[in-house]
Write a protein that binds this ligand. Structure first.
Ligand SMILES: Cc1ncc(COP(=O)(O)O)c(C=O)c1O
Length: 418
């Protein structure tokens, strides 16, 4: 099944990317739990090393279960190819480093997942790479930050946890005017809500650990290449050998050949299997995540002890109109934040929850809560926390797919302690 097949997303998410030749009729990819693959002849292994066959050699390089997931994700994001990794952070690191050299710069929205922020501002700086961070929804600031050293523009579809939604189509236009690719972390929206490659973005990244799996049982990441960016532009002289080999898929080849296999960012086939298993129910889950989150946001907005609610689905949210356009009217995701009186009130509230699970994750089918200020951002200085809108009163809720009445009842009984 190819992305051009006439099936709707709900059908494609189940059937797309199936590669069934050596699966003995299995309807899910078998877990190929083997570190290396035997080859019948010396000639065949030599040809495979030379890239003349698509056979497998060694798990760190490729694996049939991982390849099945790659095919499926590429199809769901309307991409031309994918590489899966052991975590979302591995996918982000590999993509950025394949695009960057020491001395280079890139422009990124400042509304970023915590580890991405640390990677961009602290870790890359040690290697002479400058991330120019601007307001994610401020295209004029983005344009001002672009210069001759810039190699790409980076955005999250929905900023975690700032909940702002940039206009990806406009950002892609802007990036392309400067011959730059747009890289988008689509973890929070998923291809159910938004397919950035169809809006003009060039590369999509996922933490598959979240909604794509949905069960909270697997770790993984993915890099999906739209295959439409022309890497022969002057900004990318180091891409020449990869263009010779793979043409418009030069970036994916560079990611895989230079970084994925040498950094050892391999996805475990068992985790890829669990991710494929989770993907079968993505559309159904997202439909419920979205409707539950909308109900919960309304419930919170009406609760006197809640000072503010940050959910793009609320009509007065600054990103509401952009999100409506970007997400084809399918809803606004399953994540939201809200404010209580202060940190003490947030702690009292979290400690009283019975159904909602207190842990550091999102996108699980179970409703999850965390206090980011005192956890993921505990070692950040006050100025950076303020810039990222991480305040002591902020509670983040990843709304699950339970009965929404039960979620709201649990929140209501916990508010009594606030
Ligand atoms: C938006 C976003 N991107 C990337 C990541 C990193 O993913 P992983 O934990 O799979 O490395 C996360 C994790 O929470 C995330 O929320």
């Amino acid at each position: 099944m190819s992305p051009t097949d006439p099936y709707r997303f709900e059908t494609r998410v189940i059937h797309a990317g199936q590669v069934a030749e050596d699966w003995q009729g299995a309807t899910l990819p078998p877990v190929f739990q083997t570190a290396a693959h035997r080859h019948a002849t010396a000639e065949n292994l030599s040809q495979t090393f030379a890239g003349q066959t698509t056979d497998h050699i060694y798990m760190r390089l490729t694996n049939p279960t991982n390849r099945a997931l790659e095919g499926k994700l590429a199809a769901l994001e309307s991409g031309q190819g994918a590489v899966v990794t052991g975590s979302g952070m591995a996918a982000i690191t590999n993509t950025c480093l394949a695009l960057l050299r020491s001395g280079d710069e890139f422009v990124s929205g400042n509304s970023l997942f915590m580890s991405t922020y640390v990677l961009f501002t602290n870790v890359f700086a040690k290697y002479g790479i400058t991330a120019r961070l601007v307001e994610s929804t401020d295209l004029a600031a983005m344009e001002r930050a672009i210069n001759d050293q810039t190699r790409f523009v980076y955005l999250e579809t929905i900023g975690n946890p700032k909940m702002d939604v940039p206009d990806l189509a406009a950002a892609a236009d802007l990036a392309h005017r400067y011959d730059l690719p747009l890289v988008v972390d689509n973890t929070l929206a998923t291809p159910y809500l938004c397919r950035p490659l169809e809006l003009g973005a060039d590369v999509v990244i996922h933490s598959t650990t979240k909604y794509l799996s949905g069960h909270g049982a697997a770790s993984g990441g993915a890099i999906i290449d739209g295959g439409h960016f022309d890497w022969s532009r002057s900004r990318f002289p180091d891409f020449a050998p990869f263009i010779d080999r793979k043409g418009r898929l030069a970036l994916l080849d560079k990611v895989w050949r230079e970084h994925h296999i040498n950094f050892g960012t391999t996805a475990a086939p068992w985790h890829s299997f669990l991710t494929v298993l989770g993907l079968d129910t993505l559309a159904l889950r997202l439909e419920r995540h979205v409707s539950n989150a909308r109900e919960v946001a309304r419930f919170l907005a009406a609760e006197p002890r809640v000072r503010w609610v940050n959910y793009p689905g609320l009509e007065d949210h600054p990103s509401h109109e952009v999100a409506r356009r970007m997400f084809n009217g399918r809803g606004f995701g399953g994540l939201l934040t809200f404010g209580l009186e202060d940190q003490a009130a947030a702690f009292r509230f979290i400690d009283r929850l019975k159904l909602v699970l207190h842990l550091a994750n999102l996108g699980d089918c179970k409703t999850l809560v965390i206090h980011p200020y005192s956890t993921q951002y505990v070692s950040f200085d006050e100025a950076t926390r303020a810039q990222l809108s991480i305040t002591p009163d902020l509670v983040r809720l990843s709304v699950g797919i339970e009965a929404v009445e039960d979620i709201c009842a649990d929140l209501a009984q916990a508010f009594e302690s606030v």
